[in-house]
Design a protein around this ligand. Structure first.
Ligand code: ADP
Length: 244
């Protein structure tokens, strides 16, 4: 579950980039956090991930209610950053997936299994610099999945991906859904995932301006700098004769 209550944050004193944000995400749901560049999406995710401390307000992000023994809640929230090159630390796929997990007895087997499931089996031993951008993005998600998160925070997971890679990324996010993982997906564009979102939250200049199920929100996103999805625009065009 995720609860943000009246959250404010500033990188420098006196200049808030987020103000008064209250938001909840139910377990297992996918929230699309959308807004133009600089609207505050990454900052919200960093706060949810515990990387930044809000100036004001409370944050509860926990996989705890899913756990059998209540231990290690903080281990159950994972952030996948927008820039894969900043997240990848290993020299090869294998090394990247296993770094920091040496103490886990079954890590090698699980990492290999996840690499296969994520379509990275063939590049298991490859140097990470030889990977395509799509493979790098998948490797970052694979690393997060390896920790069996209950909450996944995905920052622009589709950015820079070609059509086949978008489809692969969609399938992986959908598989997370099937497993009951709560997901917050930050993006400046809705096109690739709007059909998978349970709810949408729209940020503008650090303020939450819209929140609700996609059907209730899509008609108003354009005024906040977010392009409505083509399917929605086409439907309006056909049924209402609207120009687009
Ligand atoms: P988004 O993810 O929607 O593009 P961000 O959360 O990255 O938005 O940025 C929100 C605001 O905070 C922007 O005005 C941005 O310039 C500013 N900002 C982001 N990161 C930093 C930082 N490390 N230091 C100072 N300002 C920052």
């Amino acid at each position: 579950m995720i609860h943000l209550n009246d959250l404010s944050y500033g990188y420098s004193r006196g200049v808030d980039v987020l103000s008064g944000i209250s938001l909840s995400v139910k377990p297992g749901q996918l929230l699309g956090l959308v807004g133009a560049n600089g609207s505050g999406k990454s900052t919200v995710l960093a706060i949810m991930a515990g990387l930044l401390t809000p100036r004001q307000g409370s944050v509860l992000v926990s996989g705890g209610e899913f756990l059998e023994n209540g231990a290690g809640n903080e281990q159950r929230v994972r952030l996948v950053m927008q820039d894969a090159d900043l997240q990848i630390v290993g020299a090869t796929v294998e090394e990247d997936l296993l770094l920091g997990r040496e103490a886990e007895a079954d890590a090698g087997i699980r990492a290999r299994d996840i690499a296969d499931r994520f379509g990275l089996g063939d590049v298991w031993a490859a140097p990470v610099h030889s990977l395509s951008w799509g493979m790098k993005k998948k490797l970052c998600l694979a690393g997060a999945a390896l920790d069996r998160p209950r909450v996944l925070l995905l920052d622009e997971p589709f950015s820079g991906l070609d059509y086949p890679s978008v489809r692969e990324m969609r399938a992986l996010i959908d598989a997370n859904r099937q497993q009951g993982i709560t997901q917050v997906l930050a993006a400046h564009d809705l096109e690739a995932f709007v059909d998978m979102a349970d709810r949408l939250a729209v940020l503008e200049k650090g303020t939450l301006v819209l929140e609700g199920v996609p059907a209730d929100v899509l008609g108003r996103v354009a005024s906040f700098g977010v392009r409505p999805p083509c399917s929605w625009v086409l439907n309006r065009s056909v049924t209402h004769g609207e120009e687009w």
